[in-house]
Design a binder for this molecule. Structure first.
Ligand code: CA
Length: 226
């Protein structure tokens, strides 16, 4: 499988491409957002790595358009901006993870491994996971609640799948960070809270009973509270 790299800085492209190729990845490169979008919709990729500030179409718009086109390929955003708001906007646009420039290559590879491993893993398992009137289908990558289809990003889907595979168990932020983001928890990221909020809005906000619960100081649990 290939990785699509969308980045306009030639030096950054060269170093990332070379590094990925040393790790046996084939890499396609787009130097602007429009070509990036075209490539991403034409052929399957294991992962898309995209800068935010790009000519043609910026990374956030690209991300949004890909998700609107039902392209579920994991997306790793590279951002030089680095404020929490920018990250949240990136994740809200449908990115699965982000990395703030400048970064060390090892950090990028850790994210690449995490994002691509989970793609392969979820492609192989086949199942319908259920709680109450919520259903998640790992074959078709669809989620419904009370028969209504709920649109989740790839990352939100993985998070929900993880909760549904461990129903009733309180899962700590540390565990989620390690299992789903390949992060050690001392990085000070609030990515978990951000995603829990996204997921809760989609699966619980307009429905009853609530399924995703916060156990203060301990973590989160998906269960039916009677
Ligand atoms: Ca750029």
């Amino acid at each position: 499988m290939k990785i699509l790299l969308i980045e306009d800085e030639v030096k950054t492209v060269q170093s990332i491409k070379q590094g990925l190729e040393e790790h046996q990845w084939e890499v396609d490169v787009a130097y602007d957002g429009i070509l990036g979008f075209q490539l991403a919709t034409r052929s399957p990729y294991a992962l898309i790595i995209s800068d935010i500030i790009l000519p043609g179409m910026n990374g956030l718009e690209l991300c949004r358009k890909l998700r609107e086109s039902n392209i579920a390929t994991p997306i790793l955003m590279l951002t030089a901006l680095g404020t929490t708001d920018d990250k949240i906007v990136g994740l809200d646009a449908g990115a699965d993870d982000y990395l703030v420039k400048p970064f060390v290559f090892g950090e990028l590879m850790a994210r690449v491994r995490a994002l691509t491993r989970r793609t392969h893993h979820t492609l192989q398992s086949s199942n319908v996971l259920k709680i109450a009137d919520l259903e998640l289908n790992t074959d078709t990558k669809t989620v419904t609640r009370a028969g209504r289809e709920i649109s989740l990003t790839a990352k939100e889907f993985q998070l929900l799948e993880y909760f549904l595979r461990h129903q009733g168990r309180v899962i700590s932020k540390v565990e989620l960070a390690e299992r789903l983001w390949d992060l050690t928890f001392d990085t000070g990221t609030n990515v978990i809270e951000v995603y829990i909020n996204f997921l809760r809005k989609k699966i619980d906000k307009d429905f009853n009973p609530k399924l995703l619960h916060t156990q203060i100081g301990m973590g989160y649990v998906v269960k039916l509270v009677s």
